[in-house]
Ligand binder design. Sequence first.
Ligand code: PLP
Ligand code: SF4
Length: 461
Amino acid sequence: MPDHAESNRYRAITRANINELPEWRRLPEELRDGLQVVSAVLPFKTNAYVVRELIDWDRVPDDPIFALTFLQREMLDAADYAQMAELVRSDAPKAQIKATADEIRGRLSPHPAGQMTHNVPSLGGRALAGMQHKYRETVLFFPAQGQTCHAYCTFCFRWAQFVGNPSTKFESRETADLTAYLRAHPEVREVLVTGGDPMVMKAKVLARYLEPLLTPEFEHIDIRIGTKSVAYWPQRFVTDADADPTLRLFERITANGRHLAIMGHYSHPRELSTEVAQRAVARIRSTGAQIRMQSPLIRRVNDDPEAWAQLWRAGVRLGCIPYYMFVERDTGPKRFFEVPLVRAWEVFRAAYQRVSGLARTVRGPTMSAFPGKVLIDGVAEIAGERVFALQLLQARNPSLVRQPFYAKFDPQASWFSDLRPAFGAEQFFFESASESGFESGFESGPREGRGERPLHLEIVH
Ligand SMILES: *Cc1c(COP(=O)(O)O)cnc(C)c1O
Ligand code: SF4
């Protein structure tokens, strides 16, 4: 066991050093082999805090935080798994393993044709990599130096950014493009900094990105930072050498009259149960920043109303604001995690029923689909037809927001593209509406047809 000071220092646990963990060596061989094989294809990283304080090793492999960060064999198709297992077992040459991994990843790719240009804003005809602008008020910003995380979620679709394939990387080396874009687009009200996890950056680096936004010219701009660090490495705000400089930066932002929202990706109440996680919340809040909580609903991790109700209650008590429950979009290992839409709604509703109004600021379940953020309001029977009641919480065209619409009920549907309009309609109401409700610089990319699997880079935090 490392001593106290040692356990306060961040140390990544990866494929290369996992065997040093006593907890790991005690596990059945199939689990250990599964990780060795799958992590040849998908990225694996965790850390000592997640392993020692969040995972209950007596419950592995069913433990929710284990499922959240440890790759397991079922996350690959059986044939892909068998092929890679053979290569790993026979100690095949690195190049051969890499070629096979690339081929499998290509099939799982979260960036099919068109994805890299869709919603990417442009200025003077030049595409601005490292930014996305889909909804009028909010620009997403992906700083180049924030493209990793303190641990990786097994379901995460952003793995293309982590596995070192530069052609699928959203990057931005500087804030010049961001500020130029904001100047040209006064309709933008906030910048949402995301990644990876922007909180892997040192305060100094983060400040280089954010301080240019604090000038009077941008006084209409608020700032959100999407991060899982509050759950995976809360020491970032408490005991890390960089914790205090980070909090001072947060204070400069709020002292400037800006709203600073830490969009905390919390998946399970256990993530808020440790003392260090609670101190992180208190310290962040002491800067005047707000913490809003959001997470996807993931089978084996949090497809349990009680887990959500506990999470929201614990968060409210610490001063966090429940924000979104997402439906997980289609990614490589999705079949392992997939939850049908009707089940997502049932979990949301049952959790919502168990909390007071203070936690009912949460909205969900929502899908970040092509037309916008689609809220599943519920299942209803109207004129003898069973339907999903839906609405858009965000849309490119703001005039489409909050208009109820209906899809045929389908107990198997797990994504928006599985849904068909109800009542014999040919199309959903927004499909005839103009796509571009506001004059943004973004290019409109190819439309996905219904029935295809939509794969857009959308935010989880
Ligand atoms: C979810 C999302 C946002 C933020 O939406 P809010 O409803 O304001 O939280 C912005 N851009 C994209 C592309 C998103 O998916
Ligand atoms: S969900 Fe967030 S923390 Fe998890 S791997 Fe993806 S980007 Fe990283």
